[in-house]
Design a protein around this ligand. Structure first.
Ligand SMILES: Nc1ncnc2c1ncn2[C@@H]1O[C@H](COP(=O)(O)OP(=O)(O)OP(=O)(O)O)[C@@H](O)[C@H]1O
Length: 474
């Protein structure tokens, strides 16, 4: 029923300021017909929105209801049973197409209605994301719910003036409020956030090595999976990437997945991988892939890094005034310098001269290399500043399992842990946690949780068998 109009009460209210100014609220009586029309219009708009967003679910309700009204309940029941049997048969026979066309849509609709819509107002109010101004409650708008096999993605229009950081601070409240194990907040565009509620942790089991693509690409390389089950693509061309993680955190899987992704480009002569392997462990297994661009001893590593600097400077000289960005070609391929355990070459290096040569070459590459197509991908166990003082020259950073909470911000930058990058809580059981990490890119400061695919010794052997020597004749 319509409530009594507020004007009936407020008409008589008078407020007096200390300097005895008297305020009388202006009262406009809204005719009931306007209020009814607004409510009706809103209901119709809401129904149209629902049909537009959830056509499958709306049909599933509307068709039986229509049949019931026109032909009686028996016909409606037969139609429901027949449709349910057909859906069950479809699900059994073709689970992938069923899930893409019907299952996930029905699930999204059900969860929108039963979980998110139903609990929206109380969760917003209790978590402090709703605002009360002048006695009115302003709620952020729940725009859309989509379901993937692993997570619900809830798109929200924030209140004007709200920031994504406020939502990130309330991630815990949101997770509990909507009965999910956790909640991540991603900025979709100004004013809109996407809340990711994982339903099951797709990253809790190892991921097999990504298939080697047919296309030679140096752009976004397939590395593993994001927690919503979508493929994770890492850009290496035009940036430098630091992967930090405690021992057995799975740094090798990041290095090898990146190398694997670049193989078609190396075969086409558009990319080269230069490997520095001071621990003589990780990269030596596939050293034929790197031809003579492989170094293990500190001296050889210093020489290889200085050679990379030379290539970089020669290109910079040629490009000056002609081109501002690097486009990989057979003459000027993208050079990725992969360094396993960079601290062996910097902090733990006892030969001071060698240490200075290496640090200076790395600093030169990371400050000037990206525009001319020379990138560095480095792995590191101990992220402290004294161990790698050029940490901040890596625009993109990945934190795998770390020993202490304070190390998360050291690797990913201030505030990353508060924004949900709980790298210190990643499981130390390699089957569950190796290769899992939080990525923070220069272009998007929100950390995202990813697991790199595991490139096994068998995969590396197969890569060597197929690609060692490929592109050599160019
Ligand atoms: N992505 C992954 N998925 C599943 N298991 C993995 C993954 N990466 C590594 N592992 C497992 O974890 C073990 C340790 O991995 P890896 O050697 O890459 O770690 P690391 O961080 O390089 O360790 P260290 O610094 O001690 O060399 C591997 O032997 C493998 O069994």
């Amino acid at each position: 029923m319509l409530r009594k109009l507020p004007g009936d009460y407020t008409r008589d209210i008078v407020s007096t300021a200390p300097d005895s100014l008297v305020f009388r609220p202006t009262v406009v009586n809204t005719p009931a017909i306007f209020t009814i029309a607004v409510i009706a219009l809103r209901t119709i708009a809401g129904l149209m929105r629902m049909v537009w967003r959830h056509p499958v679910a709306c049909l599933a309700v509307a068709v039986p209801a229509g049949l019931w009204v026109v032909y009686g309940w028996r016909v409606a029941l037969v139609a429901v049973v027949a449709t349910a049997s057909a859906l069950a048969g479809w699900r059994l026979a073709e689970p992938v197409s069923y899930s893409a066309w019907a299952g996930l849509r029905l699930r999204a609709w059900w969860r929108w209605m039963w979980i998110y819509r139903r609990h929206w107002q109380p969760v917003m109010a209790v978590s402090g994301l709703a605002k009360h101004i002048g006695g009115r409650e302003y709620l952020p708008r729940l725009l859309k719910v989509t379901s993937t096999p692993m997570a619900d993605l809830v798109t929200v229009k924030m209140l004007s003036g709200q920031s994504a950081a406020e939502w990130q601070d309330r991630a815990d409240n949101l997770a509990h409020g909507f009965a999910a194990p956790e909640c991540r907040v991603k900025l979709a565009k100004p004013g809109r956030v996407i809340l990711v509620f994982p339903q099951r942790d797709v990253l809790a089991t190892p991921i097999a090595a990504m298939p080697v693509s047919d296309a030679a690409q140096v752009g976004a390389l397939p590395i593993g999976l994001c927690e919503d089950g979508s493929p994770y693509l890492l850009k290496l061309h035009g940036t430098h990437v630091l992967v930090a993680g405690a021992t057995v955190a799975g740094k090798g899987s990041w290095l090898w997945s990146a190398i694997r992704g670049l193989l078609p480009a190396t075969a086409a002569g558009l990319a080269e991988v230069w490997a520095l392997d001071p621990k003589l462990m990780e990269l030596s297994y596939g050293r034929e892939l790197f031809r003579d661009r492989y170094a293990a001893s500190p001296e050889a590593c210093a020489e290889l890094l200085e050679l990379a600097v030379k290539v970089m400077q020669e290109r910079a000289g040629r490009f000056a005034g002609n081109q501002r960005n690097h486009v990989p070609t057979v003459q000027d391929p993208f050079v990725l310098v992969v360094v396993d355990e960079v601290a062996f070459l910097t902090a733990y290096q006892t030969d001071r001269k060698l240490k200075e040569r290496i640090t200076s070459a790395l600093a030169t590459l990371t400050t000037q290399g990206r525009a001319v197509g020379v990138g560095v991908l480095a792995a590191l166990q101990d992220p402290r500043k004294e161990v790698l003082n050029i940490r901040n020259l890596f625009p993109d950073k990945i934190a795998l399992r770390l020993d202490e909470p304070s190390q998360v911000d050291l690797v990913l930058g201030d505030g990353a842990r508060d924004r949900g990058a709980l790298a210190d809580q990643i499981s130390s059981n390699p089957a569950v946690g190796a290769g899992v990490g939080y990525v923070r890119l220069e272009a998007s400061p929100e950390p995202i949780r990813v697991r790199a695919a595991y490139v096994s010794d068998i995969d590396i052997r197969a890569m060597v068998a197929e690609f060692a020597g490929a592109g050599e004749d160019r």
